[in-house]
Design a protein around this ligand. Structure first.
Ligand code: NAD
Ligand code: UGA
Length: 325
């Protein structure tokens, strides 16, 4: 009988990492999850992300910080590493908090790359559309010069540069994924769609930063996960890919769609534009389509309906008409 592969998933208690770990188990793999339960958002929420995973026989969680853990031991014997652990928010990365980004993004990643290069294990890691900043061309291809406009984006670009350096000098086998604003059930509570869904469920207010015309190429989490697994299996070493859902949508339009789906009106406050926020993102995904045959599958309205349902803003299976303001 074939022995199933074992993968290490860092950030397994997080939004994308918990979905990825479930999908790997569904494919028959074994998963060792690592998470330090950083305080960026509540542990209670991360425990909910893990609830189904903890019941799976082939899942094991190691609680700890990648900056301290013996990463060589974690990597020994695994078939591949999915490195998703990070300090993720864009807008909070200025000022004193930057030290958290340096630690959880750069130091943790450098330790992992060093160990993976020594062990000869592939690392697929989460980069970000934020490496582009306000990109010169749309849709944006991977070969434009990246110019991040947030300290968070700078740390993600540094991780990519570190990967290239380890590949050149120590033979690291890596694939970098530039995820574009991932959404869906379990989305982080600081992100726009989750805040909108929660406000629609509870009647709380939602603050729009800026005029709401900023736009994002949003990516359903199931699509992000299928891209992540596909590149572990099929991408050439050293590849960098955009992972985008293919529907660039303004924040105003996302709000309108959520209102339409739930039949509820969102109470909105206008706030100042946020430092580090880009005007628009749109992914050219021809490279990942050509190399591994991945393309996004979930239409925006379906993905939003799933997230709104999880948040309690939409009855399971129901779709409302827009309510009068
Ligand atoms: P998340 O915060 O939900 O998950 C990250 C997890 O990593 C958390 O559970 C946290 O406790 C853990 N972690 C952080 N530092 C750690 C450390 N030093 N040691 C061990 N565990 C640590 O974030 P997410 O939205 O699921 O994002 C996953 C990855 O994808 C991140 O690298 C993020 O930068 C990247 N990304 C996310 C998006 C998005 O839209 N969500 C878009 C682009 C890139
Ligand atoms: C998201 C993730 O949060 C990052 O971790 C990730 O790296 C990035 O995507 C990426 O694509 O690389 P962002 O696109 O800023 O970042 O996504 P949201 O946090 O959902 O914000 C989307 C827009 O809504 C932004 O313009 C933001 O300013 C706005 N927003 C957000 C509000 O107006 N109000 C809020 O309460 C939250």
């Amino acid at each position: 009988m074939d022995v199933p592969p074992t993968y290490l998933v860092t950030g397994a208690a997080g939004f994308i990492g918990s979905h990825l770990a479930e999908a790997l188990l569904d494919r028959g793999a074994a998963v060792v999850g690592v998470d330090g339960f950083t305080d960026y958002y509540a542990r209670e929420r991360k425990e909910r992300n893990l609830a189904a995973l903890r019941r799976r026989e082939r899942f094991r969680l190691i609680e700890g910080d990648l900056v301290d853990l013996p990463v060589e031991e974690l990597i020994a014997g695994v078939s591949g590493v999915f490195h998703l652990a990070a300090q993720p928010g864009v807008r909070g990365s200025w000022g004193r908090t930057f030290s958290v980004y340096v630690r959880d993004n750069l130091l943790a990643t450098q330790r992992l790359f060093e160990a993976a290069a020594a062990a000869g294990v592939r690392v697929v890691f989460a980069s970000s559309s934020s490496v582009y900043g306000n990109a010169a061309a749309h849709p944006t291809r991977e070969d434009v010069t990246p110019r991040p406009v947030s300290p968070y984006g700078v740390t993600k670009l540094c991780c990519e540069d570190l990967a290239h350096a380890y590949a050149r000098e120590s033979g690291l086998d890596f694939v970098a994924l530039r995820y574009f604003t991932v959404y869906g059930p379990r989305q982080r509570p600081d992100m726009a769609i989750q805040r909108i869904a929660s406000a629609l469920a509870t009647g709380a207010r939602f603050e729009v930063y800026g005029d709401g015309t900023q736009s994002r190429d949003v990516t359903y989490v199931g699509d992000a996960v299928s891209a992540t697994m596909a590149v572990m299996d099929r991408a050439p070493a050293g590849a960098v890919y955009n992972v985008g859902g293919g529907s660039e949508t303004s924040l105003r339009e996302i709000i309108r769609l959520c209102e339409e789906l739930t039949g509820r009106a969102l109470a909105i406050d206008a706030g100042p534009a946020a430092a580090g926020d880009v005007r628009r993102t749109s992914a050219d995904t021809s490279r990942i389509r050509a190399d591994v045959g991945w393309s996004p599958r979930v239409p925006l309205a379906d993905g939003l309906a799933r997230q709104l349902t999880e948040a309690g803003a939409l009855q399971r299976g129901a779709r409302g008409a827009i309510a009068a303001r």
